[in-house]
Ligand binder design. Structure first.
Ligand code: CO8
Length: 257
């Protein structure tokens, strides 16, 4: 598969996707969304991939959906094509993903990062939902995932004013799991991805699904669902190997299962 808007590679058990439209600050267009769908599908099907990292450049993770592509569209164009309905590859993927964010993560860029399971930010990262300044509203989770992640006060502030917040504020309010110096960003993200990818994949996929459900289910249902998944783990070779390794004081050999 040849990609035009992405650079896609495999590093050990980690799938690495670099957004590659640097002249447009990695603005997300339909081509890029389709290529992301294909890259995620490829990694999802590959048993040797345990985690995916998405990143951009030092200047921009992604400065939003491509305004040049969007500007001429009418309501009927977007409605008939169900525009952006398939721009949710990281959220759909059953494998975990990490957004390694440097520079701008705005609009669709912030929404793409939020679809990933962890955001690791460089100290120059800037997050925001500036759609309101373009006369529109967020369309891919900027009012929904952001509000669940940060709460109403901060989400309203960002969505209604369109202002940007820096990495320190983003970490303080829970959008970002770690902030690191720019020159350490990829090391940190790849190390985290390698750690995740070294675990037993079915347990990792189940853990991701459980945390995702926490946003969707009432607490009692979520707890029941979690307990059932926990019970199911005892029918797996991952549980046998993980616990045997602990008792035998050796590292688990999940890669041999
Ligand atoms: N779309 C298209 N081109 C862009 C975008 C964009 N979102 N952002 C930057 N560019 C282009 C500029 O047009 C410019 O190109 P050119 O050199 O050909 O004029 C180039 O990138 C460099 O940009 P600037 O010269 O503007 O760079 P500055 O450092 O002066 O400013 C900013 C950087 C602040 C990031 C500025 O470019 C900016 O404000 N960009 C737009 C940010 C924005 O409004 N984003 C939200 C877009 S709407 C949206 O995302 C809706 C999401 C819906 C769901 C999406 C699902 C994934």
């Amino acid at each position: 598969m040849t990609y035009e808007t992405l650079i896609v590679e495999t590093v050990g058990r980690v799938g690495l996707i670099r957004l590659n439209r640097p002249k447009a600050l990695n603005a997300l267009n339909s081509r890029l969304a389709e290529e992301l769908r294909q890259a995620f599908a490829q990694f999802d099907q590959d048993d040797d991939i345990g985690c995916v990292v998405i990143t951009g450049t030092d200047r921009a993770f992604a400065a939003g959906a491509d305004i040049k592509e969007m500007a001429p569209k009418s309501f009927i164009d977007t409605f008939k094509a169900n525009y952006m309905a398939n721009w949710d590859s990281p959220a759909r993927s059953r494998k975990p993903s990490i957004a390694a964010v440097a520079g701008f993560a705005l609009g669709g860029g912030c929404e793409l990062a939020m679809q990933c399971d962890l955001i690791i930010a460089a100290d120059n990262a800037k997050f925001g939902q500036p759609e309101i300044t373009l006369g529109i509203v967020p369309g891919l989770g900027g009012t929904q995932r952001l509000t669940r992640a940060l709460g109403k006060a901060k989400a309203m502030d960002l969505v209604l004013t369109g202002r940007m917040m820096d990495a320190v504020e983003a970490e303080r309010c829970g959008l970002v799991s770690r902030v690191v110096p720019l020159d350490k960003l990829m090391d940190e993200a790849m190390k985290a991805a390698e750690t995740i990818a070294s675990m037993w994949l079915p347990a990792v996929m189940t853990a991701k699904e459980l945390v995702q459900r926490a946003h969707e289910l009432p607490l009692a249902e979520g707890l029941r669902f979690e307990r059932r998944a926990f019970h199911a783990m005892f029918g797996t070779e991952g549980q046998r190997e993980g616990m045997a390794a602990f008792l035998e004081k050796r590292p688990p050999r999940f890669d041999e299962l």
